[in-house]
Write a protein that binds this ligand. Sequence first.
Ligand SMILES: [Zn+2]
Length: 278
Amino acid sequence: MKNLLNQLIQLQELNFAKEEQQAATTKMPLAQLEKSIAKLRAQLPTETADRYDRLLQRNSLAVVPLARGNCSRCGLAVPAAVVNAVKAGEQLQYCPHCGRFLFLPESVGRQPKKKIDSDAPVPVGIARFSSASLMLPRLAATSREEVIGELTKLLSDGGFIEDAATMAELALRREAIVSTGVEHGLAFPHVRDVEGGGLTLALGMKPKGLDFGAPADHLSKIFFFIVIPTPATAFYLRLLAGLVRTFESAEARNALLECEKPEQMWKTLTKLTRETIP
Ligand SMILES: [Zn+2]
């Protein structure tokens, strides 16, 4: 049964990666992902696969982690017997309220309650989930691992995450499914289903570019690292679409890449995303 649940989690990851790519761009090749999805789905018992499909039709998430005894998606309390059964892992368990498959989260993704300390009296737009202290104008990194290492360290130094090493490992696991590097030198490494805290974004740049696994061997230059608690999942897809819309423009990309100081980079990012990130 543990194996079946793992297959479902993997299937969910693939389906969500497809949604991310659709939100981020229209030109990405989806064929590879769709092939992997079909292959994995075919391995599931019919009843489980059908239930998965029905859940997915209603929402982008069909398999969700428990969060302190609650379903992390609908937020309602799950009976102790179901929680214990999820822990025992003997049989697939569902949330009795929304019907989604439940699994135990990796406790390591946990995020402290620290909130963004914005200069603005009432933060709006990107200031709700990032700040000047999370800008890194010149990454030293020369590889995918090092980009993710530097950005997770920045987040943990600022007290936004507890465990940089585990966060980096989870982000790399996501990259292994399909690279988050897209067109225009943009990349969106991220970790979903983080427990606690709010959606948080750190931004690093490498003007020279590096191989992040983007299609057609395009070099990636601008890296948005995003920490996503489960309730923020739908918003994250809109954020992704908004960021791509802003930085599709070469003018916007160049304005950002020219920044050499975190403060200047933050001001530029805030200005450029004023229209696209509500
Ligand atoms: Zn639920």
